[in-house]
Design a protein around this ligand. Structure first.
Ligand code: ADQ
Length: 472
């Protein structure tokens, strides 16, 4: 049976993960033979060209070190100061330094040189995310003929945003070296298809004469990622979750909890969210003292200026709302900057009357799935969801909002808080059914089955792949 080789920027570490990728993929290799390949997290002056192979929490992991300069250019530079903001349509937050691209390609070539000797001919290679778009090109130039799939965890940009990315034509050519490219949502496949349709090789013309993009050998389809909603349901009733719920109930008393859980990232719409909550309190004095907002947002990528700035902005906004509405015996909100284990998160999700998931743009958003999975079926909370998250295609029964319109989000919050129990149950029943249909096991087996149709699957996927679109 073919082995699965998962490749991502970082190999998984021990302990709770604050990123969706690690949470989702641990499960794949728990069920199936193979290994995980990526950067170790270590920076050295003279990295070994060979990967170290270790067992980490029962997973076989092959890792390499990077030099500080290469890592900066590849990770903080090209990946997270150019690709991340552009793919999230935040060109205003992109910083372009042209030398970062060489570092990005150098690291992808280094990954390929260390991975190629570990590959057997029938291994299936599954590459994850925007850090590693050129990996198939690099592996193929070393002679690898394996089936290779790429999954983009973040949204695919509009054509205009793509044009703003240096070397975008080469990156698109790199995508064409994969057998399968998976995206989160139909909107991403549509954006990709639009770009591919309008950028036939000839139209790259004089400025891009060397680039010849042929997508006829690449299948493009949407495979919306999910969580394990039944595991969250169990976790939410576990002793650790119950402990968190009791602690919070003592503090909250009769106040209803409005909950946000996110990495601290400008794509998550946190200032707009706090502003919407401020408007809720301003427009509905009767709700003061009856609600409390908890925003959990551990810092991420904090070596990047734009991430420090979003932290400062959020601090200031939370301070403003406190100053405007707090009483000696009532605080309107709490802002916590740390990561929690899944049982504690599940407890918070279950306790919340409203899950406020309002990114300005998001590939999927697993917090929405986890919130749904964790609810008490007898007394479920309400999901307020950005229509610009991939999850909006999965959860039409959420209260969907335009997160840029803070009046609309404030009104959705009011509706959620006033929603009768019958309606909450009805909406949650539909959301939970959707979360189960799109669970993470089926996501992984759907992608792997499509990448390698003859391969035995660890779990038979009953889900049809509803989101297929092909540019071939
Ligand atoms: P992220 O941008 O990290 O992921 P998301 O999908 O919400 O966003 O996943 C976050 C994960 O981190 C969730 O599993 C959540 O439980 C966990 N998490 C968040 N805050 C936490 C905290 N304070 N403590 C502990 N855990 C926390 C990227 C894309 C998304 C896409 C995922 C998966 O940006 O759009 O859904 O990958 O493909």
């Amino acid at each position: 049976m073919s082995r699965i080789v998962i490749v991502s920027n970082r190999t998984p570490g021990k302990g709770p993960a604050a990123g969706g990728l690690a949470v989702a993929l641990r499960k794949v290799l728990a069920d199936q033979e193979g290994f995980w390949f990526g950067w170790s997290g270590k920076l050295t002056d003279d990295p070994s060209p060979e990967a170290r192979i270790e067992d980490i929490d029962g997973l076989s992991v092959a890792q390499i070190d990077l030099t500080r300069d290469d890592h900066h250019a590849y990770y903080a530079g090209f990946s997270n100061s150019i690709l991340w903001p552009s793919f999230h349509l935040r060109l205003d937050l992109a910083t372009i330094e042209s030398h970062w691209y060489e570092g990005y390609r150098r690291v992808n070539a280094q990954f390929a040189r260390a991975l190629k000797p570990l590959l057997k001919p029938d291994d299936i290679v599954w590459v994850h995310d925007y850090h590693l778009i050129p990996l198939a090109t690099e592996l193929r130039s070393l002679g690898a003929r394996n089936r290779m799939g790429f999954y983009l965890h973040i949204p695919f940009p509009t054509a205009d945003a793509l044009y703003a990315i240096p070397h975008h034509a080469e990156l698109m050519r790199d995508l064409s070296r994969y057998d399968l490219v998976g995206m989160q949502a139909n909107r991403d496949v549509a954006a990709f298809t639009e770009f591919a349709d309008h950028q036939a090789p000839s139209t790259f013309g004089a400025t891009q004469a060397a680039v010849d993009i042929d997508f006829s050998g690449t299948e493009i389809a949407a495979f919306p990622i999910g969580s394990d909603p039944d595991a969250f349901a169990r976790l939410a009733a576990s002793p650790a979750a119950t402990k968190m719920i009791h602690r919070m109930r003592r503090v909250l008393a009769d106040q209803r909890l409005v909950l946000g859980v996110d990495r601290l990232d400008y794509s998550k719409g946190l200032p707009q969210r706090v502003e919407a909550y401020e408007k809720l309190l301003a427009n509905n004095p009767r709700l003061r003292r009856t609600v409390h907002m908890l925003q959990v947002a551990p810092p991420s990528r904090d070596s990047i200026k734009e991430y420090q700035e979003i932290g400062d902005t959020l601090d200031a906004m939370c301070g403003r709302v406190m100053g405007r509405f707090a009483e000696p015996d009532w605080q309107p909100l709490t802002y916590v900057k740390r990561a929690y284990g899944q049982p504690s998160l599940a407890g918070l999700y279950r306790l919340a009357r409203v899950g406020l998931v309002t990114p300005l743009r998001d590939g999927m958003n697993l917090v929405a799935h986890e919130f749904v999975g964790s609810q008490d079926p007898q007394d479920p909370g309400v999901l307020v969801l950005s229509r610009f998250a991939g999850a909006a295609e999965i959860f039409p029964e959420a209260l969907q909002v335009n997160p840029f319109d803070t009046d609309e989000t404030a009104e959705a919050l009011r509706m959620a808080l006033d929603m009768p129990l019958d309606e909450r149950r009805e909406r949650w029943g539909a959301l939970m059914a959707a979360a189960r249909r799109h669970n993470v096991d089926d996501w992984a087996s759907s992608f792997l089955q499509r990448l390698s149709p003859g391969m035995a699957s660890p779990k038979t996927s009953k889900r049809d792949i509803l989101y297929l679109a092909s540019v071939a």
